[in-house]
Design a protein around this ligand. Structure first.
Ligand code: 5CA
Length: 429
């Protein structure tokens, strides 16, 4: 992609209501546009990051055998009346009537819709276990939408739902998802802490939230300092459960059993939340399957969420400096930006064009900044939008064949030849 074609619009200032750095940087880099309070449009730069995050999540879900589907955003109230949640869900649910005066809603979550699907397709224990997931828009009429896409009203979630024969099966599905989430977040360059949580409106008795530790997080989390020195992916679920972690509403210093001086308290951004709730929905919605013994039974269920749009902001909170965003490679909108310092210099422009087409041919995600702007403007824009690697093509490149590589995160600069640049990045380095 070339900046001469790419719809890149950066701003020097951020609006007064943008209180946290990720919100400010997302607006300043033109990643999102606030269409309405808590409702955002994703612009080309933002959508590239969003899509990479979505693809990482989907790849990991597929790898562990989850089935991707797509459910409607608009749901009939009747399903929620069946499950018993219609009256208790409260004002967060956007309710309206269709032209036939039937009660409808914009889905804040999909337990009812998936249970209705499952009871149509699944008749026998032989069809279990199965896990479905989707990546789609949700609407929650949050009382205080804020921090941009961090707490939106319309937002994107990966929501997954498991169906199992018995408790043991359901807990295995839960654990499988638990560890897949650790891998998913790691691939995005994020460190997360899974904490024991309450189940709230979803219901059930086993639940974990996944938190990115950040000053600007909205939730308080508590955990045993011992957690800081473990690699959760290297432990079993049972071993991990031995180390105390808790979401705010679950933490009780009197009963937690960990000496106060060992308890770490920090702010966290909740990027994922998983629930095991047994037969809550299968029972209330009359979903049962025929068991081995010929008798019908309600399957055991769990649900598993990742905040896809929130993740974009969370990654920025964890990766920025005074000049802007610093994307981890895996989610960067472009891996490399080629910057000509003087686009009028046809020799430099030709070198840039040639490097650009060779990198493109090698399948590298590259942005060519071929704008007729001052070098300083280009440098600050490319820093702001967080491209991990910058190749600067100025007089040194034209005169001596020296292409300056700047690494955004470390600010380390290095002169490379044309072929060295090509080899370094074509090999996936
Ligand atoms: N049905 C379950 C799991 S599929 C569920 O809805 N869980 S949830 O309510 O915890 O939401 C899952 C994830 O969506 C949260 O962990 C959070 O990362 C994200 N999320 C929730 N509300 C918002 C919001 N208003 N804006 C952005 N992301 C949100």
């Amino acid at each position: 992609m070339k900046t001469s074609q790419f719809f890149l619009h950066t701003f020097r200032e951020s609006p007064a209501d943008a209180q946290i750095i990720s919100h400010q940087l997302m607006i300043r880099s033109g990643m999102i546009y606030p269409t309405y309070s808590g409702i955002y449009s994703w612009m080309p730069l933002g959508l590239r990051v969003f899509s990479k995050i979505e693809a990482i999540i989907a790849a990991e879900q597929d790898k562990i055998g989850c089935n991707r589907i797509l459910m409607p955003t608009i749901q009939p109230a009747s399903l929620w009346i069946e499950s018993g949640r219609y009256d208790c869900y409260g004002k967060e649910m956007l309710r309206f009537k269709d032209r036939h005066e039937r009660d409808m809603l914009y889905g804040p979550t999909h337990e009812e819709v998936i249970t209705d699907i499952a009871r149509y397709f699944i008749k026998s224990y032989k069809q279990l276990p199965v896990i479905f997931y989707q990546i789609s828009s949700k609407f929650r009429d949050e009382i205080r939408p804020r921090f941009g896409v961090m707490r939106g009203r319309e937002f994107c979630m990966k929501d997954g739902y498991s169906f199992d024969i018995d408790q043991e099966g359901a807990q295995n599905s839960y654990k499988k998802i638990f560890f897949s989430y650790l891998r998913t977040f790691k691939t995005m360059g994020l460190t997360v802490i899974p904490v024991r949580a309450n189940t709230g409106a979803i219901g059930g008795n086993l639940s974990h939230e996944f938190h990115v530790v950040a000053q600007t997080g909205e939730s308080e989390i508590f955990y045993d300092a011992a957690y800081d020195s473990v690699d959760p992916a290297a432990l079993t679920f049972e071993e991990l459960e031995q180390i105390y972690t808790a979401a705010d509403e679950r933490h009780d210093p009197a009963t937690c059993g960990v000496p106060a001086e060992r308890i770490v308290k920090s702010m966290g951004i909740e990027v994922g939340h998983i629930f095991y709730f047994g037969t809550k929905y299968s029972k209330s919605m009359n979903f049962s399957v025929i068991g081995k013994d010929g008798a019908p039974f309600p399957p055991e269920m769990g649900s598993y969420g990742i905040g896809v749009s929130r993740l974009v902001a969370a990654i920025i909170e964890a990766n920025n400096d005074k000049d802007g965003i610093i994307w981890p490679d895996a989610v960067a909108p472009f891996k490399i930006a080629i910057i000509t310092t003087n686009q009028q210099d046809t020799r430099g422009a030709a070198l840039a064009e040639s490097l650009y087409s060779k990198l493109l041919a090698a399948n590298v995600d590259v942005l060519l900044d071929d704008r007729n702007e001052r070098a300083g403007v280009k440098f600050s824009d490319i820093d702001l939008i967080g491209i991990p690697y910058q190749i600067i093509i100025g007089t040194k490149a034209v005169e001596y064949g020296q292409f300056e590589l700047k690494i955004r995160r470390t600010n380390i600069r290095q002169d490379l030849s044309f072929d060295e640049v090509l080899n370094k990045f074509s090999a996936g380095g």
